[in-house]
Design a protein around this ligand. Structure first.
Ligand code: ATP
Ligand code: MG
Length: 449
């Protein structure tokens, strides 16, 4: 497809000459004054414009041409505008370049010169466009420090952006090591409270008796050992965000107290009388199945529904196709730099091992394995052994390609069937094959239905 070129000149004859000379290489769009140039630009979005500075209503003056230059560059700051100048107008041309024009040529232009300049302008515009797109690509691979290119993570980023604008409590769910704390911080940082405090507390790590005063604070003399008044974490989080990790570990008593806070945004310090109004947004996180805890009666239903106004679910790493190597490489670069082993790369066996491992410990496990491997690695490569992973490639050494392929097929099919409770059509969809093909493969490989 030909690139579009907009030619702006009030002289009908020059317009048609140029069109004639350039029509082979470019799709030519013509305009004769500023308003029609702007309209043509908006309709066709060319990457390059040839602009005559002397435009009507006063073709003897450059004023209208400068106005057109400015207007076009506001519409698209990356636009390459080449000025065509009449005799004795070189000063104006230089001035135009100072205001953002890409280049200039005297009138009437030498067609050979013009063609070279145009070619270079289009080439540069294309390069710059690709560069911008690549940068955007890189930017969307990560969000507030969280890496993820998979659809699953892109959805998480989108829901974090959405919930960040509200004040509603959020429940962050996910297996251990999936990035729940990172998600909590990301929500805070994207919210209007980002300049306020972010206070995180792990409800599972502190004994119940201490946790109460840790969360709510206490007055002097509230209990033995309470020598001074103490401000609790909820109070500290005022104007900001309170992150309650391992919320499933909260005792029944504290569940009630937390529920009260969520209902009327007020607390009482232990041993205190006064109600304190606190404006803290609550984000709770857990890696246990809270629904099961509800059924068992160990977690209050009313508290659950208060907390779970919005739920952000972090997918396990094994469900984030494509993210494993992205994360592994990011961790490798970080730890390699820390250990002055910048040249380290994963070898093929390591890459295969990383892809095959089921990652029960998710991103945290990946991070730890890479960290250890960087220390263990000798030479320029990190191997599967350095990662303490089964080397998926040497595992098949000594076997035929057919054997290796079959055992991989068996593994993937069984995994897909298990994931979809034996539903063949869903497993087939996940594997990217048709249902009949999957049945055929199952027969061939001896997989039971
Ligand atoms: N998407 C991600 N991109 C980069 N690093 C990540 C990502 N997710 C998690 N991590 C890293 O993995 C580690 C575990 O993350 P985090 O502590 O947020 O997980 P968690 O779900 O809170 O884990 P746990 O259940 O064990 O408390 C951290 O070091 C974090 O920096
Ligand atoms: Mg955590």
């Amino acid at each position: 497809m030909k690139s579009k070129l907009l030619i702006v000149d009030d002289d009908e004859e020059i317009r048609s000459q140029m069109k004639w000379a350039l029509r082979q290489e470019y799709e030519i769009v013509l305009a004769e004054d500023r308003p029609s140039a702007v309209a043509a630009f908006q309709e066709h979005q060319p990457a390059v414009v040839l602009l005559d500075l002397g435009l009507p209503p006063q073709p003897g003056e450059p004023g209208e041409g400068f106005a057109a230059l400015a207007e076009l560059l506001t519409l698209d700051p990356h636009l390459k505008i080449i000025i065509i100048t009449g005799q004795g107008e070189k000063d104006h041309a230089l001035q135009a370049v100072g205001q953002g024009a890409y280049d200039f040529l005297p009138k009437p232009p030498q067609m050979a010169d013009l063609k070279v300049i145009l070619k270079r302008a289009f080439y540069l515009a294309q390069l710059e466009k690709e560069h911008r797109e690549m940068q955007q690509q890189v930017a969307t691979d990560s969000f507030q420090g969280m890496l993820g290119n998979s659809t699953a993570m892109q959805n998480v980023f989108a829901s974090i952006r959405k919930v960040a604008t509200t004040n509603a409590p959020v429940l962050v769910l996910g297996e251990s090591g999936t990035g729940k704390e990172m998600a909590g911080l990301a929500i805070h940082r994207c919210s209007a409270r980002k300049d306020g405090p972010y206070v995180a507390i792990n409800c599972g790590a502190i004994p119940e008796t201490l946790l109460e005063s840790e969360l709510f604070g206490h007055e002097k003399g509230a209990f033995t050992g309470a020598h001074v008044q103490r401000v609790g974490r909820i109070e500290t989080a005022g104007g900001g965000t309170l992150f309650l990790d391992e919320i499933g570990e909260l005792s029944p008593t504290l569940q009630v107290k937390l529920l009260r806070f969520l209902q009327d945004q007020s607390i009482e310090r232990v041993g205190g009388r006064a109600k304190l109004q606190i404006d803290a947004r609550v984000i709770a996180a857990t890696n246990v199945d809270l629904k099961a805890a509800l059924e068992k009666g160990t977690f209050r239903e009313d508290l659950y529904y208060r907390l779970a106004v919005v739920v952000v679910s972090l997918p396990p790493l094994r469900d984030r196709a494509g993210d494993i190597l992205l994360l592994a490489n990011a961790f490798l670069r970080r730890f390699a730099a820390e250990n002055r082993k910048q040249s380290l790369k994963f070898d093929a066996g390591a890459r295969a091992g990383l892809q095959q491992h089921p990652w029960p410990g998710n991103v945290r496990e990946l991070e730890n394995r890479v960290k250890r491997a960087v220390i263990m690695a000798e030479g320029h490569h990190v191997t599967a052994a350095d990662l303490e992973l089964a080397d998926a490639l040497t595992g098949v050494a000594g076997r035929t390609l057919k054997d290796a392929r079959e055992s991989l097929e068996v593994g993937m099919i069984e995994q897909a069937l298990e994931k979809h409770q034996g539903r063949v059509s869903r497993a087939a969809a996940e594997l990217g094959i048709s249902r009949p093909t999957l049945y055929e493969l199952m027969d061939k490989l001896g997989i039971k239905r």
